[in-house]
Design a binder for this molecule. Structure first.
Ligand code: HEC
Length: 146
């Protein structure tokens, strides 16, 4: 099937699984940099996806396998740009895979996710709820004394 479709015209070759498997040796830090400059504007810094213009939507990346991530980068499905070797070397692509795999491991540790917007939002949430509780409690004490 795949070889039949490839007779339709030139397209990027499917990379060898052996090559893809080398993502485990790539650098997370480098991958993070490449990811933030090339992918985060559409897929969100936590890889959870996001809305694009014209009702398009960049999917979350947590379900994509390393091979799928690599193929997405070289084929550029729909609204996603193609990343040629000049933009991102194969090594840079592997580093991005490493980074996304690292994100997968850090998927929510539990609790309410709050959209994973980070400590500021979480702090604000606690602040609002906590202060609300204190005010409610003070009000309740006051109401009992009168
Ligand atoms: C301009 C926005 C944009 C940028 C930048 C972008 N993507 Fe995408 N990406 C998309 C869209 C839109 C889709 C969905 C395409 C479709 O529906 O077939 C997608 C799909 C994917 C998929 C397939 C997900 C799945 O499970 O189906 C992967 C993996 C992916 N992108 C990885 C990346 C990586 C890695 C980068 C950075 C090197 C990147 N993308 C940069 C918009 C973008």
């Amino acid at each position: 099937m795949a070889s039949y479709i490839s007779t339709f015209g030139p397209g990027p070759a499917i990379p060898a699984q052996d090559f893809i498997d080398q993502w485990v040796n790539a650098s997370v830090a480098e991958g993070g940099e490449f990811y933030r400059t090339n992918c985060a504007q559409c897929h969100n810094f936590a890889g959870s996806g996001g809305a694009l213009t014209d009702g398009k939507y960049a999917p979350g990346l947590m379900a994509a396998s390393p091979l799928e991530i690599y193929e997405a980068m070289i084929t550029g499905p729909q609204a996603m740009p193609k990343f040629s070797e000049a933009t991102l070397t194969p090594e840079a692509k592997l580093a991005i895979i490493r980074y996304i795999e690292e994100l997968k491991k850090q998927e929510n540790p539990g609790g309410i996710s709050l959209g994973r917007l980070g400590p500021v939002v979480e702090g604000l949430f606690l602040w609002t709820v906590g202060l609300g509780l204190l005010i409610g409690f003070a009000w309740w004490i006051g109401a009992r004394v009168r």
